[in-house]
Structure formats: C-alpha cells, structure tokens
Design a protein around this ligand. Structure first.
Ligand code: JB8
Length: 262
C-alpha cells in the first residue's frame, strides 16, 4: 500500500521511517512519499497562504499550490484524506475502509485551513475523506495524519507480526467499538505488595476468558458508557446480562432499547 503526504512541514514525518512502519516499508508492504507543498508554489517567496475573504483572524491556504500538487500526486485509484476538526470522526471502522485502498494521499492543512474550492474540485475527481481524529484543535493536520497512517498501516496484512495480529474475533475487547480492554499483567507475580489476580495464574482458560470479559464490561461501563450503549443485545449471554444488571445497566441488555434512551 502506498501513502503520499503533502505538507509544509515534511520534517514532521520522520517517525514514518521508525519502528513498525519503517520495518513494513523495508519489507515492501508499505511505501511512503512525503512532499513539500512549497515545491508547487512558484513565486519568489514560495507563498502558500493569503488573507481570508470576508475578513477575520489568521490566514487561509491558497488554492493554486494545492491544485498543482494534487494534480501531480493523485491517480484515479487514490483516495484523498484531509484532516480537519470539522470532519467526520476517524474511527477503527474508517481505518479498516481506508486499509483496503491501494493509495492514500494526505493533505495537511495549516493556518485556518485550505481554500474550500480545493476539496469542492477534488470531490469531482477522487473519493475525498475529510476526517477529524477528535474534538480538540491542533495547529495543523500533520499529527492527525501520523495517527491515521499508523492506525491504517497496522491493518495491512503482514505489517503486524503473528504475535501481535489484529484480532478477528467479532466480540473481542480490542476489536474496538465494542468493549475496552481489561487490565493486563506480566511478571513478577507481586510488585510493591500488589498481586496479579489469582484467576490469571489458575491455568483455567474458561474462567480466565470470563474474568477478562467481566473486567472489560466493568471498565467500559465506567469509562465508555457510549460504547456499551451501542452493543448488540444478541451478543450478550446470561452471565453478561447478570453482570450488566449488577452494574445498574440491565436495560442495555434488553432488545429494543435504544442507546442512551432515558
Ligand atoms: C489547520 O485539529 B485538527 C486539525 C487542525 C487544523 C488543520 C487540520 C486538522 C489545519 N488546523 O484535526
């Protein structure tokens, strides 16, 4: 899979040659291109911004350099990904969709964003995804692109090793958008008077799976009630329903209830 990034800060993307992504690139599973938008700005100062029509604070990215750059980097098979705080939420499901594309081109905005005619034009040319990684405001799209590239890359077959494979269990915690993960432990069995839960050392695989699932439900109820509200009641067994009732969330287990009703 090929990734191209267009930015005025190419130095932000040195993490792409490190760690997991760098190894996958060495193996030929992924390839990365990072391009300086100013290479497509042809005035003496290689200007990429200008004042906003209608007035107001800050600057807006000029359409011409973006048009020249995107005409060069896009192919008919590309999907264009544009981080913006006003985008659709970037979720694990979106990462999965993007991982099936052969070529992603990322356009990093800065200042108050890119002249809106640019995406209006490219929507007529390729599939455009304007995406937000969360409800906070960054100084530009670069960090959001690093987040998205990592989330998408680890879904490409072969990028993760066998030991760390993407879970394909439809209800496993860690699949995301279902339950959050329970607590994890490694050696030693006692650390600063804190013991590893006995069940995890019991060797009883059925009890361990049940305990982990219960812990995932408890944590999800406490930290991400929005995820629990979206669970399919058909995916719950009798034990799950009893636990949810104990947590005061028994109504979630009733078919026909709606997320966050009442
Ligand atoms: C200028 O918070 B963000 C984000 C913020 C931005 C731009 C892109 C993304 C461009 N500010 O996701």
């Amino acid at each position: 899979m090929r990734f191209d990034v267009i930015t005025i800060f190419p130095e932000y993307f040195s993490p792409l040659s490190a760690s997991l992504l760098g190894k996958a690139a060495d193996k030929g599973l992924l390839s990365f291109g990072v391009h300086d938008l100013r290479d497509w700005a042809y005035d003496r100062h290689r200007t990429v911004d200008d004042t906003p029509y209608g007035g107001g604070p800050g600057m807006v990215m000029k359409p011409a350099p973006w048009g020249e750059a995107l005409d060069d980097v896009l192919t008919p098979e590309s999907r264009l990904v544009v981080p913006t705080p006003s985008g659709r939420p970037f979720t694990q499901a979106v990462a999965g969709e993007l991982a099936s594309a052969p070529h992603l081109v990322f356009a990093c905005g800065r200042y108050e964003g890119i002249d809106s005619r640019v995406m209006a034009h490219y929507r007529d040319v390729v599939e455009v995804h304007e995406l937000s990684i969360g409800d906070y405001v960054l100084a530009g799209g670069e960090v959001a692109v690093l987040v998205m590239v990592e989330a998408v890359s680890r879904l490409v077959p072969g990028v993760l090793g066998n030991a760390e494979s993407v879970s394909d269990d439809s209800f496993a915690p860690g699949r995301m958008e279902t339950l959050v993960e329970g607590p994890v432990y490694t050696k030693p069995p006692v650390w600063r008077d804190r013991e590893v839960p006995a069940v995890l050392k019991s060797g009883h695989h059925g009890k361990i799976a049940r305990w982990r699932r219960d812990e995932a439900f408890r944590r999800t109820a406490a930290l991400r009630p929005d995820l629990l509200a979206r669970l399919d009641p058909k995916a719950l067994d009798k034990h799950d329903r009893r636990l949810l009732a104990e947590l005061g969330l028994g109504d979630l287990a009733v078919p026909g209830r709606h997320a966050l009703d009442g």
